[in-house]
Design a protein around this ligand. Structure first.
Ligand code: LLP
Length: 382
């Protein structure tokens, strides 16, 4: 069924983010049905959506938190995630952020360079602590996704290259305040070609063999996130292919006895439960096209402007015959375009419009450009 707004929300000032917590629950149930029998641990990537009602639902299912800033670590703690369920990743952690995470005694730091390890060791020593570390490797595996969200290629800034890894592992062994607990990799986001996870598994198998041969024990493997969703068909494909995702690792990743495997999914858990609701301010007929000018723009949902990404758009108010519109926002940038040539029922000022699949990397990436106020969030199905 397509998106509908309850009558109580018809007069809610726009734009606003609308979260369907019932769908979030269904998604989490499907996730756990796929992950638990295969014995995968899931850490939710807060970067996709860090709203407290969303986080509380996720925490209550027993998932952990994957954080990439001090702010996210703090938010995870505020939402009630246990420190030993929190991981801190990121290519550029500041000293203050590391200190915050050390003081909270989080489960693990995903470290990305020899230089970072030296800093982590010094800061842990100053707090009289031993920090658990997983080394993020850059496996040089193409995720076949948008170049801006590909992270596991040699040209990307992320992770330690395969050739540098043995030296970094040796370096880590010389640092008294660090303990190596595993390997981490993340090759990209919005991945729909699941074969790439087989490739990633093979790389990790080879690395593990090499490290085990050198006498290193790796109790944990973290294979990252990245499972994509259907932006084209949010109604018929509202639950992502968790079975396909986990079975790929189940079939291709070699686990050592007792080894735990972590995944850190973001988008797949929260994208479909979020919708940006906006109002049509003006319909402007230009020589070339009809513009439907909304009261939401790239400040509320940056993905189309940043990546040219597709979001399904629905007019919630009209059932008239369809026409083509360029659906744009009010921001002073031509890239403030949700999509060109969208077939919508004939649209007029005051119509409500839903921009779908906006629960992940939507609200969190909003900005105050043009001194816009932040759009509020409403939650249904609580
Ligand atoms: N782990 C690491 C290390 C990551 O960098 C990311 C996402 C994730 C996990 C979660 O990936 P997911 O399961 O959500 O694909 N703003 C972009 C997406 C950027 C993703 C960054 N890293 C977008 O709107 O498409």
């Amino acid at each position: 069924m397509s998106f509908q707004l309850s009558s109580a929300l018809l007069s809610q000032p726009t734009p606003f983010y609308h979260y369907n917590l019932g769908l979030l629950d269904e998604t989490l149930t499907a996730l756990q049905q796929a992950a638990q029998p295969r014995n995968f641990q899931v850490h939710y990537a807060l970067k996709a959506n860090a709203n407290l009602p969303v986080l509380e639902r996720i925490k209550n299912r027993g998932l952990g938190a994957d954080c990439v800033s001090g702010g996210e670590v703090q938010r995870a703690l505020d939402a009630g995630f246990a420190p030993d369920h929190i991981v801190f990743a990121g290519v550029g952690k500041s000293d203050a952020e590391i200190n915050l995470a050390l003081a909270a005694d989080i489960w693990c730091f995903n470290a990305e360079s020899a230089e970072e390890l030296a800093v982590l060791d010094a800061l842990a020593g100053a707090q009289n602590r031993k920090a658990r570390v997983a080394l993020r490797v850059n496996p040089n595996v193409d995720a076949y996704t948008h170049p801006h969200i590909t992270t596991g290629l040699a040209a990307n800034k992320f992770g330690i290259s395969l050739t540098d890894l043995p030296a970094v592992v040796a370096h880590l062994g010389s640092l008294p305040n660090l303990e190596l607990v595993g390997l981490h990799a993340h090759i990209g986001s919005q991945i729909t070609n699941l074969q790439v996870f087989a490739k990633l598994s093979e790389r990790l198998n080879d690395l593990q063999t090499a490290l085990t041969d050198q006498g290193h024990h790796l109790p944990h493997l973290n294979v990252g996130g990245g499972l994509g969703i259907s932006y084209e068909q949010p109604d018929t494909h509202s639950i992502p292919d968790f079975e396909g995702y986990f079975s790929m690792f189940e079939r291709h990743l070699i686990r050592r006895p007792g080894q735990q495997v972590h995944v850190e999914l973001g988008r797949a858990l929260v994208a479909q439960c979020g919708t940006l609701v906006s109002k049509v301010l003006y319909v402007k007929q230009s020589q070339q096209t009809n513009f439907a000018i909304l009261d939401a723009g790239m400040t509320e949902l940056m993905r189309p402007a940043l990546y040219g990404s597709y979001h399904h758009i629905q007019n919630l108010s009209s059932q008239a015959p369809e026409q083509l519109y360029d659906v744009v926002g009010p921001i002073c940038e031509s890239s403030d375009t949700f999509r060109k040539a969208v077939l919508l029922p004939e649209t007029q000022r005051g119509d409500l419009v839903a921009i779908r699949s906006a629960g992940a990397y939507g609200e969190v990436m909003s900005s105050g450009y043009n001194l816009r106020e932040k759009a509020p969030a409403v939650y249904v199905g609580e």
